[in-house]
Design a protein around this ligand. Sequence first.
Ligand code: HEM
Length: 444
Amino acid sequence: MFALFIPKLARALQPLSSARSFTLGVRHLVPKCPNCQRAIQMNRCYATISQSLKGTKSRHNAYMTSALLRGFQSLRQSTMRSGTAAAAAAENISVSAQKIVGRWLIGCSGMVFGAVILGGVTRLTESGLSMVDWRLLKDMKLPQSEAEWTAEFEKYKTFPEYKYQASQKEMTLSDFKFIYFMEWAHRMWGRATGIAFILPAVYFWRKGWISKAMKPRLIIYAALLGFQGFLGWYMVKSGLEEKPGPNDIPRVSQYRLAAHLGSALLLYTLFLWGGLSHLTTPQAMPNVKQMAKLRGLSHGLMTIIFLTALSGAFVAGLDAGLIYSSWPKMSDRWIPDDLIAFSPKWKNIFENSTTVQFNHRHLGESTVILIAAFWWMCRKIPLAPRARLAINCLLGMSILQATLGITTLLTYVPTSLAATHQSGSLVLLSIAVWFAHELRRLPK
Ligand code: HEM
């Protein structure tokens, strides 16, 4: 019985000289396609083989051949490396060191995730303008005595936000302590993120655990972290400035809020991508024609999620979620009358609450439709299991995120829902990053 599949086995194990990236001295294990006799190269023939196996007469032979191919696949996978890991290996950086660096980068992305959520809650509880100074070291200590608290409160009272709040409802010292604590916690979290990045970065760099390719990236991450802190203060400053009209609600500039959120999302994406590149072993992908297109589209999806999130920051900055609390129409119209009320016209995109909400809701809906279309397109492509899981999660999460957005709108933006919607955008972005990372091009 064994004789039945031995010739096939022997043929499949013939050497293959063109398997370029097949390292660790296992070249002789590269098989040939049992039907067409062509060599099975890296990432190739996977789909052709599964197709041709369907036509094989003997089920037993078919099973053995596919078992052999599966073995080949997993052997190949264990020898495949991402670009980052390959670069690190070429510089003799041990696998365990790479894993530690990877975990650290994922940890930094987690810290940025936390900072975004905390920042969102700080904004939603109207706490963001309670600390009216910016001192890197001195502000680290909370006021210690009742006298110090009172002094901080008196300072806050001289700013427009207090005047507005007091005209709506009396603010007590204990109310002030709460909003001050929220802003203090957000700032402290930002500092902790900086330290959690810088100290290990210096240590790993000195130990030689950072590959040449990663070094410039670490410098970019550090610059972005510093810039993030600067943007945070620049944003708060805009909310402390006196507004022209007595009835104007003091709030931070929506442009600066979007810049602060956008730079945090960028930093988060970079940390996550870097961490995944260090930690995950690539799974074999079929070398189908559509792969390059899929790769490009997966980056397109990341971009549209990013832009939708940025447009959400404009909604949040202008409190534009509090008008037109209906869906799918805005009041009883698909296109509201005051969509282009401002002049020049471009100003409507960023400053007219109606247009800002109109753009965000339609960008959000388009994001879901595009992800669904992409998911449909991927159905017939034999993606590796992790990539398949990622695209399924992406579809599910996009529907959940849009549902959260609609519910937030219909219920007049309660803090808990708005904060969940904001966290949802980060989860959605993370899945899109994971998916694009699974599809990334591997070094030849
Ligand atoms: C993929 C889809 C979506 C993403 C990624 C997304 C993302 C975001 C983000 C990042 C914010 C800013 C949150 C903040 O800074 O606090 C936001 C705000 C908002 N979004 Fe979405 N959104 C999506 C879909 C939708 C949809 C479909 C709707 C409603 C039709 C919607 C309604 C809102 C509202 C009302 C706010 C303002 C909440 C606030 O004031 O805090 N979103 N969105």
